[in-house]
Write a protein that binds this ligand. Structure first.
Ligand code: ADP
Length: 431
């Protein structure tokens, strides 16, 4: 219940994070596109305004530079700002210092009465292209120029272009972006939900695996501890007895202590493997001689158990490997071969080269592994027959460690059934 609540909270957090990321990306994308469209639409009008302004400036500077005939009186009257650039889109408004429009006639009665009769002079943005709205309806871009020519009343010249069509396009585009955003947000809610669910799957899987591991480990630790505790309590009830008479209890306790010690060291190996703490110390190892040495005690044990032990070593090469881990791998496979064979069975180790790889096979003619369990045997704490393996001291961690060692050496391991009977563990390692 508690676990489910944590998972749900975590999934919700992931979902919000995904949604936030999607929204931010889309918002940035929308803003960039909108401003780009806006710039493109207004660039033409701004260009027209600027070039008109430059022409006016040139006109006046030309006027000042050339001395005026007729004792300084200009026969053409006040300079006409349209003279050099009759751009029909641009409306030229001439302002007096007091904010009165001076060229009402030039603007035209209709234009003046429709747009400008109550329009106020705004001196904030001189020489900059600015946006304004007249009567809350008509959009203009304008540029206000300070008129330095002392020969007339004009204090400011305002060049205006009506941009209603551009503004209409922008408004429609803005609406489109808003509609797309709403659709996108709805879609990204579902996408975020789906992604957060996907993100949670490996977390839930490893959480469950971890919980299962802890549960199995504590169970495996509790069993020998309970046995030891019972046996010791039994010994305490008869303190006068001789050790020889309680030999069985002591031997059993000792066996369980050994089992505990092996179990804790296996658990430690796997815990370190999980945290990637264990570093391999690789060195050159001559495989065949190494295997021959490791197998010496095992052939003796096999002999003492009336089992046949054979070696068939055909890979006269050296490989880069961690000696301690390679030893551990062989011990696990040979221990299992001994554990799961009976009298007159045979156990053997074979090496050979195959496709640039060295193959190491540990075979036995023992009880074999059922087809359906062949993949699971590499899982932690997996045992085919729990009662039988407990008798032989196994807890189901050996093959998990073996697999980890092989993977650390970039190799592969698998269990193959023998033609006659028993199993062969085939390990492939790179040369
Ligand atoms: P255990 O310590 O129980 O042997 P392992 O991880 O080494 O744990 O092996 C897991 C299981 O795989 C064993 O419980 C056993 O059922 C099966 N197994 C491993 N090696 C052999 C083998 N050589 N022959 C038959 N079964 C085997």
């Amino acid at each position: 219940m508690f676990k489910k609540k944590i998972f749900r909270q975590q999934q919700f957090k992931f979902m919000i994070l995904n949604l936030l990321a999607f929204t931010i990306i889309f918002a940035i994308f929308g803003i960039i596109i909108f401003s780009q469209v806006q710039n493109t639409l207004y660039s033409k009008t701004d260009e027209e305004l600027s070039s008109f302004k430059n022409k006016i400036a040139d006109h006046f500077s030309g006027e000042i530079k050339s001395p005026m005939p007729n004792n300084g009186v200009d026969p053409t009257g006040p300079p006409n700002r349209r003279q050099k650039n009759p751009n029909p889109r641009i409306m030229v408004v001439e302002w007096s210092e007091e904010g009165q429009i001076l060229n009402k006639d030039e603007i035209g009665t209709l234009l003046y009465e429709n747009y400008l009769y109550d329009y106020q002079l705004d001196k904030t943005n001189i020489d900059q292209v600015t946006m304004t709205r007249i009567h809350d309806l008509y959009d203009f871009r304008y540029i206000l120029i300070e008129d330095t020519n002392e020969g007339d009343e004009i204090a400011y010249t305002q060049l205006m272009i009506n941009v209603d069509p551009e503004q209409l396009i922008l408004n429609n585009f803005g609406k489109l972006i808003i509609i797309c955003s709403v659709i996108f947000i709805v879609l990204s809610i579902s996408a975020s939900y789906f992604l957060s669910k996907k993100m949670m799957t490996p977390i839930i899987h490893s959480w469950n695996k971890q919980a299962e591991f802890v549960e199995n480990a504590s169970h495996e630790l509790r069993t020998p501890l309970t046995i030891i505790q019972n046996k010791l309590e039994l010994l305490l009830t008869a303190p006068q007895e001789k050790i020889a008479s309680k030999f069985e209890n002591i031997a059993l306790s000792l066996a369980e202590t050994r089992r505990l010690s092996k179990l804790t060291s296996d658990l430690l190996t796997l815990a370190r493997a999980d945290s990637a703490e264990t570093q391999l110390v690789k060195q050159k190892i001559h495989v065949d001689s190494f295997i021959r040495n490791v197998c010496v005690p095992y052939s003796e044990i096999a002999e003492s158990q009336d089992k046949h032990f054979w070696l068939n070593l055909n890979s006269d090469i050296q490989i880069e490997a961690d000696e301690v881990r390679l030893h551990q791998l062989l011990v696990i496979l040979l221990d299992n071969a001994l554990k799961y064979t009976g009298e007159n069975d045979s156990i053997g180790v074979k090496t050979y080269l195959e496709e640039q790889r060295i193959v190491l096979e540990v075979s036995d003619t023992g009880i074999g592994i059922k087809e359906e369990n062949r993949k699971q045997i590499f899982e932690r704490f997996y045992r085919e027959d729990k009662a039988r393996t407990r008798e032989s001291g196994g807890v189901g961690l050996g093959l998990s460690i073996a697999q980890w060692i092989v993977e650390q050496h970039n190799g592969t391991i698998k269990a193959i059934p023998n033609h006659s009977k028993g199993t062969t563990f085939k390990v492939k390692l790179p040369k």
